[in-house]
Design a protein around this ligand. Structure first.
Ligand code: SF4
Ligand code: SF4
Length: 477
C-alpha cells in the first residue's frame, strides 16, 4: 500500500481523538500529537536527509584514508575519530531514551542505503539463517572483536575496514532480501547496532502504538508497508520500530500513533511486550564482550598472561606465533611502532571471548537463582518465561556499560576527577534503575514486599559485579 504524507495545513493541531483498543493503547497527548504532526510533515525531506548523511558518512570513513600523508590527513583522521566515537556513538545510544530508534529511521546512512538497494534487487524472501534471532548477536560480537584486533579507534584504515565492510554487508543483504516496498532486512535481522538500539529503545519514552490494536501479538510480515517487517496493527514492542513514520497518518482512524510514556515502562511490563530470549542473551553477551574489549587494555594480568604464553609457545617451537599476520585481521602499522603478532591476535580474541562467556554465564546463573527463588516464594508463570522477563533487569547496567566503553572520548572532555564522579554516578543510577525494573517485573509475576526484595538480591549482585568490573577500565576511576 502506498502511503502519502498529508500536507501539514490539512492536519488538525490536536487530531480528533480515536478510540484505541488493547492493553497498552492510549490516546496521544497534546505534546505527542504535536511531535507526530511535525514529524509527519517533515517526512518528504527524508530522502534528502539520507543522502546528506550518506555523503557525510563517506567523508568521515573514506576521506582520511584517501588523503595523502600530511598534517591535514592526521587532523582529518582525529576529527573523524572524535565525531564517531566521541559524539556519534554516545549520542545515538542516549537518543533511544528520548526518541526511540529515530536515528535508524531518520539519520542512519547504512540503513537508508540498504533500503535503496532493496528497490533494485530481486526481493527474495528472507532466509532462515538471516531470520534467526541470534544473527545480530553474532554480528555484534564479530564486529566488536575485529574492531579491537585491527585498532578501529586508532587507524583510519581499520575504521574503513569495519564500517565499510558493515556497509557492504548492509547493501548486499538489502539488495538480495525483503519482499514488498523498501524493506530493511539488514536493519531488522543483522545489524549489530540495530539490536543494541532495539533493546534499549524499550527503556525509552517514545513509542508508536496501534490506534486499533489487533489481538495475536507481534508478528513478522514481509509484505506490509513497514520497512522492518512489523505487522503494525499487532505491534506491542518497540524494538524493531525505526520511527520512520511511514505508518503514521494523523487524523485517520488506522495506523500507529505516537505515545509518550514513562522511562522503562515497556520493560517493567515486559511480559505484555513480547520478551525475547535473544535480547536477554544479547544483554549478557554484549556486556561481557564490551568488558573484555576494555579489560585487556588496562589489566596488568593480561600482559602477564601474554608474556607467559609467549615463552611457552617458543619453548614448544611455535615460532609462528611471534610473526605478524595480515593487516585485515590485526594491527600492522610499523610506521606507528605498533605491530600485532599472531600471539596478540589469538590472545585478544580468546580473552574477549573468555570474558564474555564468564560474565554471561555468571549473570545467567544469578538470574536463574533469582527466578528459582522467586518461584519458591510464589511468583507465577513458567520458569523459562520468567527467566527471560527478569533478565531485562540488567538492561540499564548493560546500557551504561556500553556507553562507558564506547563513549570514552566524550567523557575525556571532562576533567579527570569530574569524569570519574560522572561515570560512577551513571553506574549507580543504572544499578538503582535495574533494581526498580526488577521490582516491577516481579510485581507483574505476583511477587511483592520482602519476597520480591529477596528475589532481587542475585540480580543486584550481578549488576554490581558488572559495575565493579568497569572500575579499572575507566581510566583510574
Ligand atoms: S539498524 Fe543499523 S543499519 Fe539499520 S538504521 Fe539502525 S543502525 Fe543503521
Ligand atoms: S512500525 Fe511504522 S514507524 Fe515503525 S518502522 Fe514500521 S512503518 Fe516505520
Amino acid at each position: 500500500m502506498r502511503v502519502r504524507a498529508k500536507p501539514i495545513q490539512e492536519l488538525p493541531v490536536f487530531p480528533v481523538p480515536v478510540r484505541i483498543q488493547g492493553a497498552d493503547a492510549a490516546d496521544s497527548g497534546p505534546l505527542a500529537s504535536r511531535i507526530e504532526a511535525v514529524a509527519v510533515s517533515l517526512r518528504p525531506w527524508l530522502p534528502w536527509v539520507h543522502a546528506a548523511m550518506f555523503v557525510a558518512f563517506l567523508c568521515l570513513v573514506v576521506g582520511p584514508v584517501l588523503l595523502p600523508a600530511s598534517n591535514l590527513a592526521t587532523q582529518a583522521a582525529s576529527v573523524a575519530n572524535w565525531l564517531i566515537w566521541g559524539l556519534w556513538f554516545p549520542l545515538v545510544f542516549l537518543s533511544v531514551l528520548v526518541a526511540g530508534r529515530a536515528w535508524c529511521g531518520i539519520l542512519c546512512p547504512m540503513g537508508a542505503a540498504s533500503q535503496w538497494m532493496n528497490r533494485l534487487g530481486p526481493k527474495r524472501p528472507i532466509p532462515g539463517w538471516l531470520r534467526w534471532e541470534g544473527t545480530p548477536i553474532v554480528s555484534f560480537v564479530l564486529v566488536t572483536v575485529l574492531g579491537q584486533t585491527v585498532g578501529v579507534r586508532d587507524y583510519p584504515g581499520a575504521l574503513l575496514e569495519v564500517f565499510g565492510g558493515t556497509l557492504l554487508a548492509a547493501l548486499a543483504i538489502g539488495f538480495l532480501y525483503g519482499r514488498g516496498r523498501d524493506k530493511r532486512a539488514w536493519c531488522r535481522h543483522a545489524c549489530p547496532i540495530g539490536l543494541l538500539l532495539g533493546v534499549f529503545s524499550r527503556l525509552g519514552i517514545a513509542d508508536l502504538v496501534p490506534k486499533r490494536l489487533r489481538a495475536g501479538g507481534d508478528a513478522h510480515v514481509e509484505k506490509g508497508l513497514c520497512p522492518t517487517m512489523i505487522d503494525i496493527n499487532r505491534k506491542t514492542e518497540s524494538r524493531h520500530c525505526i520511527m520512520c513514520m511511514r505508518c503514521v497518518q494523523p487524523g485517520r482512524r488506522g495506523g500507529l500513533t505516537l505515545r509518550l510514556r514513562a522511562p522503562g515502562e515497556e520493560v517493567a511490563a515486559i511480559e505484555r511486550h513480547h520478551p525475547a530470549a535473544s535480547e536477554l542473551w544479547f544483554l549478557l553477551l554484549g556486556t561481557g564482550v564490551a568488558l573484555g574489549a576494555f579489560l585487556w587494555l588496562v589489566l596488568p594480568q593480561y600482559q602477564g598472561l601474554r608474556q607467559w604464553l609467549g615463552v611457552w609457545a617458543i619453548d614448544h617451537g611455535w615460532y609462528w606465533v611471534g610473526r605478524p599476520g595480515p593487516g585485515l585481521l590485526m594491527v600492522v602499522h610499523p610506521e606507528a611502532r605498533e605491530v600485532f603478532v599472531w600471539l596478540d591476535f589469538l590472545l585478544i580474541v580468546g580473552w574477549m571471548v573468555a570474558v564474555m562467556v564468564v560474565f554471561a554465564a555468571g549473570l545467567a546463573a544469578l538470574n536463574a537463582a533469582a527466578v528459582w527463588m522467586a518461584g519458591r516464594l510464589g511468583a507465577r508463570g513458567p520458569a523459562r518465561k520468567r527467566f527471560v522477563s527478569l533478565g531485562y533487569q540488567f538492561a540499564p547496567v548493560a546500557m551504561i556499560s556500553l556507553l562507558l566503553g564506547l563513549g570514552g572520548e566524550l567523557f575525556a572532555l571532562l576533567p579527570a576527577r569530574e569524569a570519574v564522579a560522572f561515570k560512577s554516578t551513571l553506574l549507580a543510577l543504572a544499578l538503582a534503575w535495574g533494581l526498580l525494573l526488577g521490582w516491577r517485573i516481579l510485581a507483574a509475576q505476583g511477587l511483592r514486599g520482602w519476597r520480591a526484595s529477596l528475589a532481587l538480591l542475585p540480580g543486584l549482585a550481578g549488576a554490581a559485579a558488572v559495575a565493579g568490573a568497569w572500575w579499572p577500565a575507566l581510566g583510574g576511576a
